[in-house]
Structures are given as C-alpha cells and as structure tokens.
Design a protein around this ligand. Sequence first.
Ligand SMILES: NC(=O)c1ccc[n+]([C@@H]2O[C@H](COP(=O)([O-])OP(=O)(O)OC[C@H]3O[C@@H](n4cnc5c(N)ncnc54)[C@H](OP(=O)(O)O)[C@@H]3O)[C@@H](O)[C@H]2O)c1
Length: 248
Amino acid sequence: MDVLVTGGTGRLGQRLTAPLQAAGHTVRQMSRRGTGPGGVRGDLATGFDLTSALGGAEAVVHAASDPRGDPWQVDVAGTRRLVEAVDRSRMRHLVYVSIVGVDRIPYGYYRAKFAAEQVLLASGLPVTLVRVTQFHDFVDTLLDTARRGPVLPVPMGWQVQPVDVGEVAAHLAEVVGRPPAGGVVEYGGPEALSAADLARAWAGVRAPGAHVVVTPVPGKLGAAFRDGAALPTGGERGRRTYGEHLRG
Ligand SMILES: NC(=O)c1ccc[n+]([C@@H]2O[C@H](COP(=O)([O-])OP(=O)(O)OC[C@H]3O[C@@H](n4cnc5c(N)ncnc54)[C@H](OP(=O)(O)O)[C@@H]3O)[C@@H](O)[C@H]2O)c1
C-alpha cells in the first residue's frame, strides 16, 4: 500500500519507515517541514498542505502529536482536518497511535488524545486505535529532566510498563496490514515496573551516584498511576526489557 506516516520526524515516526518498507509498502512521511527521506509537508494545526500530503494514500499511520504545544489544536482539531483530507475511495486503513490509559488518567494531554480517538471512531473510516505504553527513550528523557544534581525525585507507587520504540514501530507496520479493528487495541512492554525501579535502573547506568527519592503525589492523577491505569490490560507485548534497553 501507499502509506503516509504523520509525525515522520518524531521519536516513533522515524522508526516506522524501515518496517513498513520491509512489509512491502511505499512510505511517505509527513511533518511540518517535510524533511527526511520520503518527506512531505503537512501541518495539522492549520490544514496547510494536508490534502496533497494525503493524496493517493491507501493507509495512514497517524503518529503526529504536539504534547508540549497545543494538543487540542494539533491532535484533536488536526485529526479532524486529517479525516476531512483523506481520499475515502482509496483509504483502506488508518492506524492511530494513542496511549494506554487515555480513558482513565485525568491529564490534559491524555484527554486530548482520547478526544482525537473519538474523532476517528466517528469518522466512518476503517480505523485501528493502538494505545501504546511509554517508550523506553521517553522514560530516559523524563528521568534526565527530573534529576536535580545528585537527587532524582520519582512519584511514589506509580506503575508503568514501558516498551521499546523499535518494537512499537514493527508492531504498527504489522497492524497496518491487518484488517482494521474498528476500535481500541493495546500494546505494551514486557514488564510492569514502579517508577522507582525504573529510576534506580536508569541511574545505575546513566547517572551513577544519583540518589532516587520517592515522593508522594497527591490527587487524582497520582492515584490513577498508582492504581495501574497506565498498564495495558490486553493486546500484544514487546519483548525488550527496560534493562536491556539501558545496556544498549
Ligand atoms: N513518547 C511516548 O512514550 C509515547 C507513548 C505512547 C504513545 N505515544 C504517541 O505516539 C505518537 C508519537 O510520539 P513521539 O514521542 O514519537 O512524538 P514526537 O517525537 O514528539 O514527534 C511528534 C511528531 O509530530 C509532528 N508534529 C507536531 N506538530 C505537528 C503539526 N502541527 N503538523 C504536523 N505534524 C506535527 C512533529 O513533526 P515536526 O515538528 O517536524 O513538524 C513530529 O514528527 C504520539 O501520538 C504520542 O502520543 C508516545
């Protein structure tokens, strides 16, 4: 199929081209600047160049997102613009990359992702919504950002099940070739871990000497992560552990 990857310059998007091509697809990857191999321009926030980017596409892996900017404009309204720009006579499968727990965790970005899911479910397009857990390298970034000199504060009791981004990309390339699920499926890493376990493993390899300080997080957000709302309840699993990721 002719597959358009949105968010092609992102952490996940960059990894999607190789497994999609290996599965026999032709791949174009969309971002605002249209850089990189097979790069085309398209801006979900304005709709600029979206129709030409989607022209001829038989499948879309929708991995663009703007968590640090305006996710209501890019993820929600942008997904609506994407749906409107799709050539319905050609579209065979639209795969959306969501996050495990977007329906249960009271966090603004997750609410926007959940709203984007609803846009797709109401679109009448052949969709699969793949809710994925946190990528290993995203966990690395979060921990690196959280560290204050020798102190690494982490939320008490939070449970996560991170996954290798390369395995996510390989899984999505398979999902594209399957019949659309018409709803939500989940994909996560091989093991549920506490934030403190992750932080100790990360510090051991990336920041020797850093001291993990477990901190209670009050409120509904903290309670949701402690109750396991970020853990997948079904679906397939990656095999690579966070420890293996850290050891390279
Ligand atoms: N990170 C995680 O741990 C994780 C876990 C589960 C699910 N997910 C989901 O997986 C997807 C990919 O995550 P990621 O970490 O790879 O994201 P990322 O590295 O932040 O990449 C975001 C991508 O979106 C594009 N983008 C941003 N604003 C845009 C706009 N207005 N128009 C068009 N493209 C735009 C960016 O392209 P330019 O800036 O180059 O235009 C970039 O390619 C997201 O939907 C995220 O919610 C992520």
